[in-house]
Design a protein around this ligand. Sequence first.
Ligand SMILES: Nc1ccn([C@@H]2O[C@H](COP(=O)(O)OP(=O)(O)OP(=O)(O)O)[C@@H](O)[C@H]2O)c(=O)n1
Ligand SMILES: C[C@](O)(CO)[C@H](O)COP(=O)(O)O
Length: 247
Amino acid sequence: MPTFAVVLPAAGRSTRFRDPNYKKPFANLGGRAVWLHSAERFLNRKDVKQVIVVVAEEDREEFGRKFGANLAIMGVEVCPGGAERTDSIQNALAKVRDEIDFVAIHDAARPCTADKLIDQVFAAAEQHGAAILAIPVAATLKRAAPGKPATIAETVDRAGLWEAQTPQVFRRELINKAYAARTAALTDDAQLVERIGASVALVEGSALNLKITTKDDLRLAEQVLKVLPKAKPEGFSHPFAGDDLWR
Ligand SMILES: Nc1ccn([C@@H]2O[C@H](COP(=O)(O)OP(=O)(O)OP(=O)(O)O)[C@@H](O)[C@H]2O)c(=O)n1
Ligand SMILES: C[C@](O)(CO)[C@H](O)COP(=O)(O)O
């Protein structure tokens, strides 16, 4: 069976979340931290052999205090984040064990990823070497012209456009090669692999696999979790269940 390491970047500044008390990976979602929900989508899988959560240096002490004991039980490793998302991922890639076949990079702020989507993007990466979840753009896209108010500069043809999601899954050697060639901070990992000329498969995801960016997204995620089957095996109850959150 091919083996996977999962990298959960949770070291962003949560600027758009606009909460003075919590960064979004640590916000309360159904009684548990957002990042925990995201981790649990992978922790019980037989093909996942390593899970690394990336936490900003400024959060490391609180994170260790809050979750340290349970991280050991879960076997989840922690590594320091960086200024940009790609810096955070690069730090985690250095910890991925050499015997691991594939690396799945999944926003810790995406807590509602269905098992079947993970199965599909993992299988696609095994076949193709690289694969990401994404959804075809369904809205009409407008490019804004600056001004007060902003006005429409143009309508962007949405034909063939997809909105990237995560997990983004790569053969370990491929993502390492892509990061070794990195010259800029980019908003997703597939771009780095594209830039070295490798093909990345698109696997249709779901609008329910939303990324928590704003408070409204947290409210949406609460509703999605009501209909999202629990991660394999069914009914897995986590040692954190009912844990209080960041105070
Ligand atoms: N330097 C960074 C930036 C982002 N992330 C993580 O990457 C995921 C997606 O990033 P995003 O949604 O942009 O999070 P933030 O950068 O925190 O959001 P904002 O732009 O609103 O500050 C998040 O889980 C975030 O914690 C990270 O680990 N390290
Ligand atoms: C990786 C990602 O979730 C794919 O859509 C997105 O690029 C993250 O971007 P962000 O600006 O770091 O939220």
